[in-house]
Design a protein around this ligand. Structure first.
Ligand code: PDD
Length: 281
């Protein structure tokens, strides 16, 4: 696999970053995951815009190659022959050659930019999407700026492990009695034909897939309600699903052991997945 590090395309085994890199020492980095279908990038502009916002919110400089990101993405897709999969991009505040809580002088220390591809054949035609996933609920103990896509992913990783241990696939995070989002996706329920998902704030990541799916839903005359909901309301819903760049629209068929609706993917989630895949291609 060919990866990109600070201006260079290299075989992955030759690509290195400093042990003092602040993403490594402090999780002082932000990232994006852009999916690839039929060799084409999905929602690249949205991911680039969110990256720009994440950087600005953390007072981190844009990497020098910011304006070339589309070309770099395309080059990596091409060089690695990615048909279905994703591109991971990470920007960190760089390395000052030492450990210090204080941000290094941006005049001297430049951001680190890393990109790599992940091939995922069968991403669009996923068998999991046909049966749906099971989720458990766990406390949302993450920091208060979940709108910034930082590389602090320890708790989401732990959440996935808790789910795995409980025989489930993923976890929904709950704060003050309400679902915020999934460990790596936005969470939705469907009740009486209405699609319900938490409103945007600093409490959740502003999903690029979320924005697209809500737009498609409205275009298809489906009703959308942006508000928070409890686990009890979700268990009592007709359907549930999650969205992300890596799963598109993924039906949720069980929450904390309670089947949702018929316990199989519902019509709204299934239709939204179809629309999303058609429109994105
Ligand atoms: N995760 N919420 C969280 C906490 C996420 O980590 C993600 C994405 C989303 C969905 O955002 P989008 O639709 O822009 O992918 C919501 C990526 C895919 C990941 O960490 O791999």
């Amino acid at each position: 696999r060919i990866v990109y590090v600070n201006g260079e395309y290299l075989p992955e085994e030759e690509a290195t970053v400093s042990i003092f890199d602040r993403a490594f020492l402090m999780a002082d980095g932000v990232y994006e995951v852009t999916s690839v279908l039929d060799g084409k990038l999905i929602d690249f502009d949205g991911h680039k815009a969110r990256l720009e916002r994440s950087l600005a919110e953390l007072d981190m400089d844009k990497p020098e190659a910011f304006d070339d990101l589309l070309d770099i993405h395309r080059e990596l897709v091409e060089r690695n022959g990615i048909v279905e999969g994703m591109i991971y991009l990470q920007v960190s505040r760089g390395s000052a050659g030492d450990r210090d809580f204080v941000f290094p002088d941006p005049e001297i220390v430049k951001p680190t930019l890393v990109l790599f591809t992940q091939s995922k054949p069968g991403l669009a035609d996923s068998p999991v999407a046909k049966t749906g996933i099971k989720v458990i609920s766990i406390d949302d103990i993450r920091w208060g700026r979940r709108d910034i896509k930082t590389t602090q992913l320890l708790y989401p990783s732990m959440g996935k492990m808790m789910a795995k241990k409980a025989g489930a696939d993923d976890a929904w995070l709950v704060e003050d009695g309400k679902v915020t989002e999934g460990t790596s996706n936005n969470a939705y329920i469907v009740k009486g034909g209405s699609i319900i998902t938490r409103e945007l704030s600093n409490d959740i990541l502003h999903g690029i897939t979320r924005a697209a799916v809500l737009r498609f839903a409205k275009e298809a005359q489906m009703k959308v309600e942006e508000r928070s909901f409890t686990i009890e309301e979700a268990q009592d819903a007709d359907e549930a699903f999650v969205t992300s760049a890596s799963t598109f629209v993924m039906p949720v068929v069980e929450i904390d052991g309670a089947p949702i609706g018929e316990g199989t993917p519902g019509p709204v989630a299934t239709r939204l997945r179809e629309i999303y895949l058609e429109e994105s291609r």
